[in-house]
Write a protein that binds this ligand. Structure first.
Ligand SMILES: Cc1cc2nc3c(=O)[nH]c(=O)nc-3n(C[C@H](O)[C@H](O)[C@H](O)COP(=O)(O)O)c2cc1C
Length: 319
């Protein structure tokens, strides 16, 4: 299947493994996904500068296919991480949480592709105006940081496509080839999946984390932290403490302390799935097993072909 994104990135399938802090912060998952013909994404978020350089070298040594690095631009160390990416000529940058304008030129100079993550029409337009090559557009079902207004993927992506001309990678709530077909039919050029790739052998999160994602159904996630930077996570003791704080109208300072005390690292590294932030999307309820990433990509491609064939038979003239 050829789309504007497969051509722009030089990948075989219109499928992107979403950058996920901790889960895709070592080379294993992105290398396996890229080697399977989709786009693997290393999440730089939690990495210290010295570990980042080493991990980038590992990833470049583990695949000769295109891969990307997801970088949250608000991080204090972002400037040094970007320098390391330029030094190593990382082929694809997927930037989130910060404006791209100041950084684009030096990535352009060596031929990199710059993709910006957005979750609202306003940010999509701003990024397109700044001159990015493509967008990742994420809707309300997504794990991590969906739009605070929770407008769904189906609606957010379609709205962005009405206004923006550059290629769009859509995501949030997709865990199988049927979901991919749906968003391609909507007008997206590729689809990004996060939660689906959490349940792979290569994802580097604690076994407790994977077990919690595996056990979750589609209604077991909640948007937590509406008075801060909301995350979609599992309904656990931490989420309940935040809801109680909102009900009791806790002072903002104390609310912020409570919200920040719990971290993704606590869940992903230490396995504390009760008091840590267990980020996952609604699509967790669509996945029922942990598999090697290459098998996941192969299955997604098969399902996408089945879904496309189904649409085709619906439109074929009846004999
Ligand atoms: C555990 C986890 C960690 C995430 N970390 C990041 C991150 O570091 N940077 C980022 O841009 N998005 C991050 N996200 C969001 C994903 O990139 C992606 O947008 C989202 O998972 C897509 O929705 P889905 O989970 O329904 O597939 C994270 C998501 C999860 C589940």
């Amino acid at each position: 299947m050829a789309t504007r994104i497969t051509r722009l990135l030089g990948i075989q399938h219109p499928i992107v493994q979403a950058g996920m802090s901790w889960a895709s912060s070592s080379a294993a998952l992105p290398a396996a996904v890229s080697n399977a013909g989709a786009l693997g994404v290393l999440a730089a978020g939690p990495l210290r500068l010295q570990d980042f350089g080493r991990t980038l070298d590992e990833l470049a040594g583990a695949t000769d296919k295109p891969y990307a690095v997801n970088i949250p631009l608000y991080r204090p160390q972002a400037a040094q991480l970007l320098d390391a990416m330029v030094d190593r000529k990382v082929p694809v940058v997927i930037a989130s949480q910060g404006g791209p304008r100041a950084h684009l030129q030096r990535f352009r100079d060596y031929g990199a592709v710059w993709i910006q993550v957005v979750s609202t029409l306003e940010h999509a337009k701003k990024a397109a105006d700044a001159g990015v090559d493509a967008l990742v557009v994420v809707g309300g079902e997504a794990g991590g940081h969906p739009p605070a207004n929770e407008v769904s993927t189906l609606v957010t992506v379609r709205r962005v496509l009405q206004e923006v001309q550059i290629p769009v990678i859509a995501g949030g709530g997709v865990a199988d080839g049927w979901g991919i077909a749906a968003l391609l039919a909507l007008g997206a050029d590729a689809v990004q999946l996060g939660t689906r790739f959490l349940l792979t052998e290569e994802a580097t999160v604690h076994a407790n984390y994977k077990a919690a994602v595996l056990a979750a159904d589609v209604h077991d996630t909640v948007l937590v932290g509406r008075r801060s930077l909301p995350v979609r996570g599992i309904r656990n003791a931490f989420a309940q403490a935040i809801f109680d704080a909102e009900r009791d109208q806790l002072a903002q300072e104390d609310y912020d302390l409570l919200f920040k005390k719990s971290t993704l690292k606590q869940a992903a590294l230490d396995g504390d799935v009760e008091w840590g932030k267990v980020e996952l999307g609604q699509s967790a309820g669509l996945v029922s097993r942990i598999a090697p990433a290459a098998m996941v990509v192969a299955q997604l491609v098969r399902e996408l072909a089945q879904a496309s064939a189904r649409l085709h038979t619906m439109t074929a003239p009846h004999s």
